[in-house]
Design a protein around this ligand. Sequence first.
Ligand SMILES: Cc1cc2nc3c(=O)[nH]c(=O)nc-3n(C[C@H](O)[C@H](O)[C@H](O)COP(=O)(O)OP(=O)(O)OC[C@H]3O[C@@H](n4cnc5c(N)ncnc54)[C@H](O)[C@@H]3O)c2cc1C
Length: 432
Amino acid sequence: MAENTNNNEYDVLVIGGGIAGEEAALNLANQNFKVILVEKDLSLGGKMIHLSKVFPTLDCAACITTPKVSETARHPNIHIFTYSEIENIEKKSEREFNATLIEKPTYVEDNCTGCQLCEEKCPVIVKDQYQWDLVGRKAIYIPFSIANPRIAAIDIDNCILCGACEKVCPADCIDFTQIEKKSQIKVKAVIIATGYNLFDAKIIKRYNVGTVKNVITSMQMERQLVPTRPFNNVLRPSDGKMPDNIAYVLCVGSRDETVGNPICSQVCCMYSTKQAQLIMGALPMADVTIYYINIRAFGKGFCEFYQQAKGMGVEFVKGKVARIEQGEDENVILRYEDIIKGTVQEAEHDLVVLSVGILPNTDYTGFFKNGGVEQDKFNYVKQTDELLSPALTSINGVFAAGTSTGPMDIPDTILSAGAASSETASYLRKAK
Ligand SMILES: Cc1cc2nc3c(=O)[nH]c(=O)nc-3n(C[C@H](O)[C@H](O)[C@H](O)COP(=O)(O)OP(=O)(O)OC[C@H]3O[C@@H](n4cnc5c(N)ncnc54)[C@H](O)[C@@H]3O)c2cc1C
């Protein structure tokens, strides 16, 4: 089973280092298959590593993710390439794929100790994409406090080449001469675990995102609720005031034909209910109102979780929000249809959270040279035998895991990754 990797040969290529990719890679590596895991970001962990707690158990997301990330990073049968991408994959024959791997330059060598002295000295401040633009970061930066690998990278587009980082680095690991590296790898099977994208609420013009102050996204609220730096505090962005009347608008970019995404994102009702409960803990005096079309509490323990939120005082209003406008004192006005009363209402809140939906990440459509992986009608990876073998795709030897096949929560992602790894293992064993 385990193969010599001297010639860049592996059993399986896993694309994407979120929870789905890690789970699939670990399952296979523990069966002694050699895995190459390619992650386009600077750190492993996907979206889950950025979450606060998880519904419905309210377990700390980082406490679950970081051991999994470390296990993946240290596994002797897993070879990880972060900040890397697959340019193309060619199927040569059954159980023989050739892929081109691109390693992007970070301009920092792997002997970086993560001491952050370079960050302190760097004079450039730009928006921090890992904190969803709520705070700033330097042009040389460690992506986030629990990043793995915990190695700095230079954002060359914003670097002013002043050399301050180079002067202060005790490990002498800054290297501005790095260039993109291309290499060829051979694998017998591929798992697509490229995850999802988030809906950009600016597309809904009547919500005036960007012009109305104190409207944030659910991912920005996740970051504020995380019990680690730089937040652990819920503050509204315009003036740093602690909000005391927070609203959630559900189905932003989901179940909405007008924005081209008619399907349910599966997780927004529950993550909003989770965040509302966490806010009640963080800001005991705050009122939280959730505007919803239908509450979809379909999973194990979800209905009880919803009832628990109601019991804690979270107000659920069955209403479709039509417009979001600027009010006085930097507050936000919601104009909505109250579906129970059959009337149009207005409400004022001091912070509004948009529960943005999940969209397909269509990167996978560009991977394959000779005949791409088929898409389903919503642009996720098509599951060719959705009921009986949900990990199969239109290419024999290519499997899909997690939200690359559609919106799902973490437990379903783990199940899906388990299915993908066991399908892959039996595919590889058939070769023996
Ligand atoms: C605000 C919010 C709160 C949530 N809260 C919860 C919760 O409490 N409980 C719960 O169960 N679920 C929750 N979820 C859902 C959860 O985020 C997903 O179920 C989970 O992250 C799916 O994992 P994944 O690995 O499939 O995808 P992702 O987490 O999207 O991981 C995909 C990985 O693939 C990488 N990648 C993408 N394209 C490429 C490429 N071309 N090459 C290489 N790598 C690539 C990405 O960088 C990423 O690391 C929440 C979602 C949101 C938006």
